[in-house]
Design a protein around this ligand. Structure first.
Ligand SMILES: Nc1ncnc2c1ncn2[C@@H]1O[C@H](COP(=O)(O)OP(=O)(O)OP(=O)(O)O)[C@@H](O)[C@H]1O
Ligand SMILES: [Mg+2]
Length: 365
């Protein structure tokens, strides 16, 4: 717990009808950062937001906001505002009245409301849209009204539950920039939910990868992309080659029937592991210089690169991203550096994983 911590979950579990939806979740959210909860449908993302907002109470554990226990504090007494997936705007009210709604409930003076609404609309680039009906606004504009309605209350935290999922790809990309820029300008903590890994990598200061009601890994986008802790994270974040292997000794790992130099240490001799190599870390090379020999099975052109699917002699599948085109059926060599091999210990927790990485740093210093 530091001064910058704004929200803290301590061993929080949530059950609905005896089913555990969140399982002993602990984390800290710092002031002024952009967080993303990332995970597949049903993993518990919305449940976490609802717990923070105060719409539901935890079954076990404690939630702190600004170091104060808030398990029993009702939603309207928390400095938190939510932007829902469907925006939940009032269709019979115009833009101005939608944004002013919360302030009217608080019985603020008319001129104060006027000023705050104008400022909020200016922030989201909707000046001059005050009298428009919601039904006359595009998807992206509705999105901005929903955000204006949240920021007008000057909350400390804004929760955004898949706010971009209804938009087409181009608008979605534009809104990703806008949202990120808006968060920087406001300096308010954003907690954003998505099941789109590219969106999470592009937008976040910190990502929590969630599966089956547990946080699998938390960290910066690069931490999570470069050092996935387990098969789930490696698979969910970006495309990966995940192969079963065995640690021979420090800096030597065996997979695909061969031994390779690697940068991992501190595992047991002969320990069963899984290794990850990202498709962009595999380079097509002449056979003599290759680490592996594979046969090209299929390929797709993805605009910037070819996505080439190959198989080695043992039947392992290897996905390669290359600007060079391959030929189906051709035998090719693949080259990779020791740094490209990420060794994952089976069943390792995030805490154990972090400790292991720290011990590498100590050794290398
Ligand atoms: N009020 C409730 N009663 C019973 N089960 C619930 C309730 N709310 C959520 N659940 C269950 O909890 C699990 C997690 O739900 P949650 O809405 O948090 O998932 P999510 O990660 O937001 O998924 P999605 O990406 O589909 O929105 C789901 O299996 C859901 O059916
Ligand atoms: Mg949800």
């Amino acid at each position: 717990m530091t001064e910058t911590t704004i929200i803290r979950f301590e061993n929080v579990s949530k059950q609905f009808d005896d089913t555990t939806i969140l399982d002993n979740v602990s984390f800290e959210i710092e002031r002024g950062k952009f967080y993303t909860l990332l995970g597949p449908s049903g993993c518990g993302k919305t449940t976490i937001l609802r717990l923070i907002a105060g719409f539901i109470e935890p079954t076990k554990g404690t939630i702190y906001i600004n170091d104060k226990k808030v398990n029993k504090v009702p939603a309207n007494e928390r400095q938190v505002n939510t932007v829902f997936q469907d925006y939940a705007l009032f269709p019979h009210l115009n833009v101005y009245e939608n944004v002013a709604f919360g302030l009217r409930i608080k019985k603020m003076k008319k001129n104060v409301i006027d000023e705050k609404v104008k400022e909020a609309l200016k922030f989201v680039n909707l000046e001059g849209y005050e009298n428009r009906e919601i039904t006359e606004m595009s998807g992206g504009q509705r999105q901005r009204v929903a955000i204006a309605r949240a920021i007008v209350n000057e909350p400390e935290v804004i929760l955004l539950d898949e706010p971009l999922s209804a938009l087409d790809l181009k608008l979605r990309t534009e809104m990703q920039y806008e949202l990120r820029e808006l968060q920087r300008r406001l300096g308010i903590t954003f907690i954003f939910v998505t099941h789109d890994q590219e969106e999470a990598l592009a937008m976040s200061d910190e990502i929590f990868v969630i599966n089956k009601g547990k946080i699998q890994q938390s960290g910066t986008p690069t931490d999570i992309y470069d050092e996935p802790i387990n098969r789930f994270v490696a698979d969910f974040i970006g495309e990966s080659n995940i192969i079963k292997g065995k640690m021979m000794k420090d800096f030597l790992v065996e997979f695909a029937g061969k031994q390779f130099e690697c940068v991992d240490q501190g595992l047991n001799e002969n320990e069963a592991v899984e290794i990850v190599i990202r498709p962009e870390d595999l380079e097509i090379s002449v056979k003599e210089k290759a680490n592996l020999h594979v046969r090209v099975d299929s390929q797709l052109f993805r605009g910037v690169h070819y996505e080439i699917c190959c198989f080695d002699e043992l039947g392992n599948e290897w996905l390669v991203h290359s600007t060079k085109k391959a030929e189906i059926g051709q035998e090719i060599g693949l080259r990779f550096d020791p740094e490209a091999i990420h060794v994952m210990r089976l069943g390792e927790t995030e805490e154990e994983f972090d400790k292991r990485l720290e011990s590498y740093d100590e050794v290398s210093q």
